[in-house]
Design a protein around this ligand. Structure first.
Ligand code: ADP
Ligand code: ZN
Ligand code: ZN
Length: 758
């Protein structure tokens, strides 16, 4: 028993009970017994006896103090420290709590972002793929494989020829080069390669470290000499770094201007000084080409995190980073939580990408998390984009970020010429085809020259929906309140929930025969191409053809290997791929995203058009882009056509200011959800009064709503939304905190918060 005189000598730990148990969002206080004093720190994982039954569970220490919160006689001791577990350190715990505050979530949800999933540590077999056939035989095999369009095999053989002496690590081949195990197995059967295995014990880190160092795989590529524009950027950042400034930078560089080379130059400096780097790339751009570039330059000091990794593999990467075996982690947004002890740099490439915003609670912005780590851990942050987000560019304008511009394409390629085709005029001129005269002319030209073409359909927004031209009836999903899309098999399909119904000939409402699709889908374009350009080889990429993860890379590498003349696709095809033979990009209908009911629709359209246009003429040949549209005078379209980010930005930011949209103001979206529409509506009514009361005295905050969500009913759940807007983020955070004390009355209604929703 502790006498009162002992209180100041004892210390107490606030503990969040194990996050794998969905627990209360609450800490529990335990005493740290003397024998554990030196072992318990913030982030320690500990064993405790919980509740009345003294259930043995684990928890994380998130705070230590010398003040008991309740009667000391009721405070239990911590039983022991779980020492097999890696401790998350207090920085990461601090980051989690900051996220909970900033973005509104439970402590458990926030901790889940920074704590790796546990795994049972088991022995792991390390395998090496060794070529046994001669280089000549391999080359023959490659030619054969190429004829069969076995692109994975071609790629593997190319790599094997290059690394003929050492062979390749199995993991590298399957994970980083994305080659299917079946391909490898068939080559073993054919006696071309063999696989050497040895067991390594993951738990013994020294050994794993030795194993991972395969010699001869580093710095093998020709190092590109930076041009003057690039040098100014990398020299300035490196100079800041050497002076110990943890600066924040925005590199606004047109597509192909050589941003990646600049990143690599800075990365080299940072790791040479003994610090570590987090390189964030949107998952969709984390392709074979990108990873290989980094791998060539930095060898085994990189590790790649992607959604294909199992929880165990991810845990391993985490551990390797924590132990300093990895110096550079490349991955999508979750990689921002990599627990490097000496973080020197976080790079966010394509920083405008929507995928940097989390869709789950905490709905964090990766950029804000990176800035936070920069401030608390003294790391630099570099954002890069051809079309910076309004947030970042306005931060640069106000001096919170240092801005660099790369205005020309590295290696001297010219920007493509952009043509705008006014579809209203086409119709007047009796062109009823989906290809404008200009696009058709250029396509014919490129096909005759054996150059490649990309045709892009903007599927953000409504396309392929079916309506009656006579009475206006639109076919909608009974569960989701969105329009149904007509698929090739003659069925109408909901893209949110998968609901299907057969297509009909007559309008269900007025009986007319004028029922047809509005807009076009990728399948339709493919069909039309096959009819109108029968000799052209066409590849199609959309979510139908890329169900399996592999086929995404498969399609792209087929196109890269010139196995097709035309690639048709959705926005999937516009991200960051370098196809040197593409000299024509056609954007079939630029308007679709302009009409979505999102305040960012202008920005989304400008980004998509700019990125799509950036695909043309990346090599030595000059490119053309044709944008087809019904709104040829819209600023998002004209400034994309002129490659003029700044004029787009000026128009868009004044619109945002006028309407009090981010980034000029901050928004907090509050959504109420329920399967029971009646209860949702009555709760909404009550909640509106609560919210209005909260606003009294807060003059700087405005409340909008309640209104039905854009998609009111999704998966049979009804959704009502409110938006708070304020010029002051802190003000909205305080609203969020106040809401925490006012739970909903209806159990069947739940609430979701989202700052600056996208
Ligand atoms: P970004 O990341 O801005 O799109 P990249 O770094 O991918 O640009 O560069 C685009 C292309 O230009 C790549 O093929 C790259 O190898 C090449 N490149 C980059 N910098 C140079 C340079 N200084 N000299 C020659 N080629 C370069
Ligand atoms: Zn009708
Ligand atoms: Zn649906």
């Amino acid at each position: 028993m502790n006498g009162p005189e002992n209180i100041i000598h004892d210390s107490y730990a606030d503990i969040i009970i194990d996050i794998s148990v969905e627990a209360l969002d609450k800490t529990f206080q335990y005493r740290i017994p003397d024998r554990l004093q030196s072992k318990v720190s913030i982030g320690s994982k500990v064993n405790i006896s919980f509740g009345k039954g003294d259930r043995k569970i684990t928890g994380y220490v998130v705070k230590i103090s010398d003040r008991p919160k309740i009667d000391v006689s009721k405070i239990k001791d911590i039983d022991s420290v779980c020492d097999k577990q890696i401790n998350i350190d207090d920085r990461m715990v601090g980051l989690a709590f900051w996220m909970k505050e900033q973005f509104g979530s439970t402590a458990n949800e926030a901790l889940k972002c920074v704590i790796p999933v546990k795994r049972i540590i088991k022995n792991k077999v390390e395998r090496q793929i060794i070529p046994i056939a001669s280089v000549d035989v391999l080359t023959d095999e490659k030619v054969k494989a190429a004829k069969r369009h076995a692109t994975g095999k071609v790629r593997l053989i190319e790599e094997l020829i290059e690394e003929y002496e050492t062979g390749l690590k199995y993991e590298l081949v399957t994970q980083k080069l994305n080659i299917a195990p079946a391909t490898i197995n068939s080559m073993v059967k054919d006696g071309i390669i063999r696989i050497d295995s040895k067991t390594s014990y993951r738990s013994s880190l020294g050994k794993a470290c030795e194993d991972s160092a395969v010699p001869g795989q580093k710095n093998r590529s020709l190092q590109i000499e930076l041009n003057d524009e690039q040098k100014v950027v990398s020299d300035s950042i490196i100079a800041d770094y050497r002076q110990g400034k943890n600066g924040k930078y925005l590199i606004h560089g047109i597509t192909g201007s050589g941003k990646t080379e600049v990143y690599m130059a800075v990365i080299e400096e940072v790791i040479a000084s003994g610090k570590s780097v987090i390189m964030l790339i949107p998952e969709i751009s984390l392709t074979y080409q990108t990873v290989k570039r980094f791998y060539r330059r930095f060898g085994d000091s990189i590790s790649v995190i992607n959604s294909r990794l199992s929880a165990g593999e991810r845990y391993d990467q985490y551990l390797r980073a924590k132990n300093g075996e990895t110096k550079i982690v490349i991955g999508p947004r979750s990689a921002v939580f990599t627990p490097f002890d000496n973080l020197g740099l976080i790079i966010i490439d394509e920083e405008h990408e929507g995928s940097y915003k989390s869709e789950q609670s905490p709905r964090y912005s990766t950029r804000d998390v990176a800035f936070r780590r920069s401030d608390t851990e003294g790391a630099m942050v570099i954002l890069g984009s051809a079309t910076p987000s309004l947030e970042s560019y306005s931060a640069a304008e106000s001096g919170r970020l240092r801005l660099f511009e790369l205005k020309s394409r590295a290696g001297g390629a010219e920007l493509p010429k952009v043509w705008i085709a006014d579809l209203r005029e086409e119709l007047k001129n009796r062109n009823r085809s989906i290809f404008s005269y200009k696009l058709r002319e250029l396509m014919t030209d490129r096909l005759s020259k054996k150059e490649q073409i990309m045709l892009f359909i903007n599927r953000r927004g409504l396309s392929g929906f079916v309506n009656c031209r006579s009475c206006g009836f639109v076919f909608k999903c009974p569960h989701c309140d969105v329009s149904l899309n007509l698929h090739n098999n003659g069925r109408l399909v909901c893209h949110y929930c998968g609901y299907e119904e057969p297509m009909v000939k007559n309008c269900p409402k007025c009986g007319s025969l004028y029922v047809s699709t509005f807009g076009i889908g990728t399948q339709k374009v493919e069909e039309i191409l096959n009819k109108e350009f029968p000799s052209a080889r066409v590849l199609r990429m959309d979510s139908d053809t890329t169900r399996q993860k592999e086929s995404y890379d498969e399609i792209l590498s087929k196109f890269a290997n010139f196995e097709a003349d035309i690639l048709v696709g959705t926005q999937m095809i516009v991200k960051g791929h370098d196809f040197h033979k593409v000299t024509l990009v056609g954007i079939l209908l630029a308007d679709m995203s302009l009409h979505s009911s999102d305040y960012r629709s202008g920005e989304i359209t400008f980004d998509l058009l700019s990125q799509a246009a950036g695909r043309a003429g990346r090599g030595d040949m000059k490119g053309d882009v044709v944008i087809q549209t019904y709104n040829p005078e819209h600023y998002a379209i004209t400034s994309a056509a002129e490659h003029d980010y700044k004029s787009f930005y000026d128009e868009e930011i004044s619109f945002r200011k006028l309407m009090n949209y981010p980034p000029s103001w901050t928004m907090l979206k509050i959504m109420l959800l329920s399967e029971d529409e009646k209860k949702l509506l009555s709760e909404t009514e009550r909640f509106t009064v609560v919210l209005k009361d909260m606003l009294l005295g807060k003059k700087k905050v405005k409340l909008f709503g309640p209104s039905k969500a854009i998609v009111y009913k999704l998966n049979d759940i009804y959704r009502m939304v409110y938006y708070f807007k304020s010029a002051d983020y802190a003000e909205l955070v305080s609203i969020k905190d106040e809401l925490g004390d006012k739970p909903l009355r209806e159990k069947e209604v739940s609430i979701q918060l989202d700052f600056n929703p996208q």
